[in-house]
Design a protein around this ligand. Sequence first.
Ligand SMILES: [Zn+2]
Length: 278
Amino acid sequence: MRIVPAASGRGIVFRRTDLDGFEVEAVSRNVARVSYATSLMKKGVLISTTEHALSAFIGLGIDNAIVELDNLELPILDGSAKPFVEMIQKAGIRKQRKARKYLKIRRELEMREGNKSIGVYPASSYSVSYSINFPHPLIGKENFEVELTNGSYLRQIAAARTFGSREDEQAMRNMGLIRGASRENCIVLTRDGIENGPLRFSDEFVRHKVLDLVGDLALLGKQLLGKVVADRAGHAMHTALVSRLLRDKTLWEEVTASPEGDEHHAVPHRTEAAAGSW
Ligand SMILES: [Zn+2]
């Protein structure tokens, strides 16, 4: 995997170097299949497991970049967004001249599915509140609330790893995902504990859900100004929220400056990742 700069307005684009540089934009209309991971597809070309890399781009405030891949799956690495963040930081970040566009929520949108729910509400910055209730002695009920500004993503979210049980792992392998899943690339749950401790945060599980949500909401194609509240949601609900939002333009407006935190720069600038490779 390699990250190269993109012109402003291009957004995040995946490029398959093994398929003559075919490009798949990281936008909602290309969402393909969503179960354990979020995948994109365009004209039959698949990009699998996009959420952790996209989460890193949003967390670092990157609007435009091309991610080159020589196969269909993004590397899982340690199961968090941290290695992607480090890769992008190493590549360097450059401001672009054009003003950044935000998708600012004007009216709330709520979706419910049994005891799962997700909603987005008007707010002057991007924040997330996530709740999970996972039947495992180490997890149970967890809630995490974070405003994704001033480096809080990097400090509190980026390093949270994905988790799963041995059964999940087998199911994922059967689906052709997470090649070579191991204790190095996810927290492996046993019946009453974990195989590969210690945790990076005592509530690492719910923090990873925030990480996934941020990555899936990147498919809006713009930085969000709004508060997202999720309860036991997952990739399918995250991406459904994105497509519902984009379909109903009365729910949001496009603005070119965030109303908060930009006092010193009336118009924030787009940034791009400079070239760097794994
Ligand atoms: Zn994840």
